[in-house]
Design a protein. Sequence first.
Lengths: 138, 138
Amino acid sequence: MEKLVEAIARLSREIGHMEGAAKDQFDFKELTLTQMNYLETISNLGNPNLTELAAEMHMTKPTTKVAVDKLIEKNFIFRVKSDEDRRSAHFHLTVKGKLINRTHDFAHKQMAGLIRQKLDETEVVLLEMLLEKVFRIQ
Amino acid sequence: MEKLVEAIARLSREIGHMEGAAKDQFDFKELTLTQMNYLETISNLGNPNLTELAAEMHMTKPTTKVAVDKLIEKNFIFRVKSDEDRRSAHFHLTVKGKLINRTHDFAHKQMAGLIRQKLDETEVVLLEMLLEKVFRIQ
DNA sequence: TTTTATAGTTAGAAAACTCTAACTATATTT
DNA sequence: AAATATAGTTAGAGTTTTCTAACTATAAAA
């Protein structure tokens, strides 16, 4: 296996593991795996409407409606009616719903901590520069 | 937001997105999200028994049994009876089951490709060295 | 302005997911 | 050897997830 691919795989696995641990901590017993998935997708899409969410989830609209109704009832998201198109509404995360993202943040911070622990300051700056170059838009 | 954390978050999001796209490609319509999750956990644990799998999934043993029975019926995993403890059996991935990991591999290779596209050879070697140092055991 | 398309909803049914309680078989402890 | 613990199974019930078909309301096109 190529060295670079191996390193990425390792990084990815570790971050995944840290996110799993974070979710255990945050104790989302209130949500099923499926509901968590809808919530994360809403977060990723950024206030989608029902049609957009259903498309991204590869589900029908009635199925998606059942899911969002549960998330609304449990106070993880709320509806905002669209002014431009009065047929439509967009889903927003509540304060409680936004906690989901904290599990990602937590894992990312933890990984940053591991990196600072293993590399000296010069190396950290170098790594930052390299990663920034990879994701720079152009 | 700290620069390093931001870079990790970006990397993590991109890899996640690539994995999602890979799953769409591989077309696992045969599996529900839940079943996919059991299968990935079995893969991560490496031939766990029912008790170990249930613990990792935070589910009861009967629930876990229902799930693995479905995966066996669909030929994603199979049982291997333990010689040491005759009450027990371990789950192994079939060839078909191992395809799941390919979605991860695919995403990691794609990310490696993006990196090679944005960095020159010297920078790639540097990045490899830094990541290796982070994950070196000691 | 009538027709067609789009956004979302409702109803009802099937499959998947999850649990508790009670059980069998094998291992371990006393 | 008897008592206790562990690995897994079975049965049955409640909840969640998913679909198709049919509907309302608004927007866009003809």
